[in-house]
Design a protein around this ligand. Structure first.
Ligand code: NAP
Length: 594
C-alpha cells in the first residue's frame, strides 16, 4: 500500500472532524466500516451521502435491552439490500424536533418497566406528548412495538407513540404491530410487509429531507453469531461465590468464546438461550397426561411434546395471554375474575409458574392446545463480569440462583439461573450471543475517576471495569460501593477486591452489609457518610455507574446522590437535580438496572 504523504494532514483534519462527533462505539464501528470499504474497493463511496436517488426512509429505535436495536438493524440491512437508503438512529441520538422535517418514519419502540419509555426514548416521548409537538401532516409512519406480556402495560410506549403521531396528523403506513419477547416470527413478517409497502410508497427519486446522517448500516460488519444464530460456548467453570447459609446463593460462571468472532466491551451483556429443567417438563407432561413423544406443529416447526416444553416454550413465567387462554380452556370463573383485577393478576403471575396454573385450575387439554397457548422462550441477559483485555476468549458471569426445589420435588426456579448454577458442568455447551450496551461505558479518558455502585449481583460489570482499567494501566481512581446481606456469606469476589486494592487498581472500597446489624445499612448510607469525598470525585470530573435492582435501589441511590450534591455543593434541591441531569447528559451518570 502506498499513500501520498502530502494528503495526510488534510485526511487527518477531515477524519478528526468526523471523529469528534462520534462516541467510542461509533468510532469502533467506523474503523470497521472504513476497513470494509477498503477491502471491497469501494473507497469512492462517501460515508455521508444523501445525494443518490435511492428511496429514503428514517428508522428510529428506542431500546432498553437491545431487542429493539437488533430489530431496527435487521430491517435496515434488508432495506439497504433492497435498494433503500436508511437513516438509522437510536432515539438517544436524535433531536426530537427534527421529526418535523421527516417524511417517512419507521419507529421500533420498546416498553420498559411499568409501561414506561426506554431511557433512550424519554426525551422524544416527552417532546411528542407535550404541547410543543408540531403538526406532522407531511409524515407517514409505522410503529413496531415491543413489550413483555408478563407485565400489565404491554407495549404501552409503542401504543402511545402510534396514537400520538396519528393525533398530530401523520398518516399511518401500516397498522402497528405489538410483539412479545418471542418476537422472531412476527418480526420477519412485519419486515417483509413493511418493505413491500415502502417500495410501493416511495418514489425512487425521493431524497432525504433530514440532516446529513451517518449511515450506521451500510458496510456494518455483522457478527457471525447473534440472537438468531447463537454461538455454542463451552462452560469452563461454575463455582460458588457465596457461602452457606447465604440466603442469596450466587455463582461465578466462565464460558469459552474462543473462535466465536464475537467482540465485547466492559458494560456489555451476554444473552443465553436457556433450557427448561427436565423435572419441570416431566411434571407438566405427567400432570397433563400428555404423550411426550407425539409430534406437534407450531408455526413452521415440528417437534416432540417433550422438546417443545424443554427447548422452545416459556414455563417459568406467566403471561396474561396464557391466563386468558387457560381461563377459556378450563372455564374457570376464578381465572376470569383474576383477569378483571389488574393488581391481583400482577401479583398472581409474579408468584406462579405455568405448572401451578395447571394444578390450580385443572382442565382436559390436548398437547397442541397447550403448546399453542404458551409463549416462546426468550433469552436471558447477564452483565459480563470480565474484561476482554484480561480474558480475551472468555466471558465471566455472576449468577444468582432464583427459586428453589421444593420438598415436594417440584422445581419452582428461574430457568437460566437454575440451569447455570445447578445443571451445567464444565464441558457442556450453551447457546449464547453478545448484547452491546453503549450506555454503560467506561470513560474514554483513562485518567477520569469512577464511582461504581453495585449491590448484590449488580457488582458484576464492575469486576469487568476494574480488570479493564488495570489492564489499560488507567491512572484514574476507582471507587466501588458494594452491598449485600452478610459479610461472611455474601461478600462476592472479596479476595479479588482485596487484591485489586493491594495492586493499586481499586482505590476505595465501601461496603454495606445490610443484615450484619439490627438496622439495615445500604450502599446509599455509605454514599451519604462519605458525601464530601463523593462530591469531590464528581467535581474532579468523575463518572458514576449504578448497576442492580432498578426499583428501590436505583431510586434510593439517586436520592442519596441528590442529597450529597445539595449538601456538599451548597446547592438547592432543584440545583442538585440539575447537576445530576447534566451528569446524565454528559454520560457521566450511567445506570444498568432492571
Ligand atoms: P439484592 O437483592 O439487590 O440485594 C443486595 C443488597 O442490596 C442486600 O444487602 C439488600 O439488602 C440490599 N438492598 C435491598 N434494598 C435496597 C435498597 N432499596 N437500596 C440499596 N440496597 C438495597 O441483590 P441480588 O439478589 O444479587 O440482586 C441484584 C439485582 O440486580 C437483581 O434485581 C438483578 O436482577 C439486578 N441485576 C441487574 C443487572 C443489570 O445488568 N442491570 C446485573 C446484575 C444484577 P436486604 O435484602 O437485606 O434488604
Amino acid at each position: 500500500m502506498t499513500i501520498n504523504a502530502a494528503v495526510i494532514p488534510q485526511l487527518e483534519q477531515q477524519l478528526g472532524d468526523l471523529a469528534r462527533q462520534l462516541d467510542a462505539d461509533q468510532l469502533h464501528w467506523a474503523s470497521g466500516y472504513l476497513a470494509g470499504l477498503a477491502a471491497a474497493g469501494r473507497q469512492n463511496e462517501a460515508l455521508v451521502s444523501d445525494s443518490n436517488d435511492r428511496p429514503v426512509f428514517t428508522l428510529w429505535y428506542g431500546s432498553e435491552t437491545g431487542n429493539g436495536r437488533g430489530i431496527a438493524q435487521r430491517l435496515a440491512r434488508e432495506a439497504e439490500s433492497r435498494g433503500f437508503q436508511v437513516e438509522l438512529f437510536s432515539t438517544a441520538d436524535i433531536t426530537p424536533r427534527s421529526i418535523a422535517k421527516l417524511t417517512t418514519l419507521v419507529l421500533v419502540m420498546s416498553t420498559h418497566g411499568e409501561g414506561d419509555p426506554p431511557e433512550e426514548a424519554q426525551a422524544l416521548h416527552r417532546f411528542l406528548m407535550s404541547d410543543r409537538a408540531p403538526q406532522l401532516e407531511d409524515l407517514s409512519f409505522a410503529v413496531f412495538a415491543l413489550g413483555d406480556s408478563s407485565y400489565p402495560d404491554f407495549c404501552q410506549t409503542g401504543r402511545e407513540f402510534d396514537e400520538r403521531l396519528a393525533e398530530l396528523g401523520a398518516r399511518c403506513l401500516l397498522d402497528r404491530v405489538d410483539v412479545d419477547v418471542d418476537f422472531e416470527a412476527e418480526e420477519d413478517q412485519w419486515r417483509s410487509e413493511l418493505l413491500g409497502h415502502l417500495e410501493r410508497e416511495l418514489a425512487p427519486a425521493s431524497t432525504s429531507t433530514t440532516m446529513a446522517t451517518l449511515q450506521l448500516v451500510k458496510g456494518e460488519s455483522q457478527p457471525v453469531h447473534d440472537r438468531r444464530n447463537p454461538f455454542l460456548a463451552e462452560v469452563l467453570e461454575v463455582s460458588p461465590l457465596t457461602v452457606s447459609p447465604s440466603t442469596s446463593s450466587t455463582h461465578h460462571v466462565e464460558l469459552l468464546l474462543e473462535d466465536s468472532g464475537l467482540s465485547w466491551m466492559p458494560g456489555d451483556s451476554l444473552g443465553l438461550w436457556p433450557q427448561n429443567d427436565s423435572r419441570l417438563v416431566e411434571e407438566i407432561i405427567e400432570g397433563g397426561k400428555l404423550n411426550a413423544e407425539a409430534e406437534v406443529v407450531r408455526g413452521d416447526e415440528t417437534l416432540s411434546v417433550r422438546d417443545w416444553l424443554s427447548q422452545r416454550l416459556e414455563l417459568t413465567q406467566l403471561t396474561r395471554p396464557f391466563i386468558e387462554a387457560w381461563a377459556e380452556i378450563s372455564g374457570s370463573q376464578n381465572l376470569r375474575a383474576l383477569l378483571e383485577d389488574r393488581d391481583a393478576l400482577q401479583q398472581y403471575v409474579a408468584n406462579r409458574q405455568v405448572a401451578d396454573v395447571l394444578v390450580e385450575f385443572p382442565a382436559q387439554c390436548d398437547a397442541e392446545t397447550l403448546i399453542g397457548a404458551l409463549r416462546g422462550i426468550a433469552p436471558r441477559l447477564y452483565s459480563i463480569a470480565s474484561s476482554p483485555l484480561v480474558h480475551p476468549d472468555e466471558v465471566h458471569l455472576t449468577v444468582k440462583q432464583v427459586g428453589e426445589l421444593m420438598a415436594s420435588g417440584q422445581l419452582r426456579a428461574g430457568v437460566a439461573s437454575w440451569q447455570l448454577t445447578e445443571r451445567v458442568e464444565p464441558g457442556v455447551q450453551l447457546p449464547v450471543y453478545l448484547e452491546a450496551n453503549s450506555r454503560f461505558r467506561l470513560p474514554e479518558d483513562p485518567s477520569t475517576p469512577i464511582l461504581m455502585i453495585g449491590p448484590g449481583t449488580g457488582v458484576a460489570p464492575f469486576r469487568a471495569f476494574v480488570q479493564h482499567r488495570q489492564a489499560q494501566g488507567a491512572s484514574g481512581k476507582n471507587w466501588l460501593f458494594f452491598g449485600h446481606r452478610n459479610r461472611r456469606t455474601d461478600f462476592l469476589y472479596q479476595l479479588e477486591w482485596q487484591r485489586f486494592q493491594r495492586e493499586g487498581a481499586l482505590h476505595r472500597l465501601s461496603v454495606a452489609f445490610s443484615r450484619d446489624q439490627a438496622a439495615r445499612i445500604y450502599v446509599q448510607h455509605r454514599l451519604r457518610e462519605q458525601g464530601r469525598e463523593v462530591y469531590d470525585w464528581l467535581e474532579q470530573g468523575g463518572h458514576v455507574y449504578v448497576c442492580g435492582d432498578g426499583q428501590a435501589m436505583a431510586a434510593d441511590v439517586h436520592r442519596a446522590l441528590i442529597d450529597v450534591v445539595a449538601e456538599q455543593g451548597g446547592h438547592s434541591e432543584a440545583q442538585a437535580v440539575d447537576y445530576l441531569d447534566r451528569l446524565s447528559e454528559q454520560q457521566r451518570y450511567q445506570k444498568d438496572v432492571y
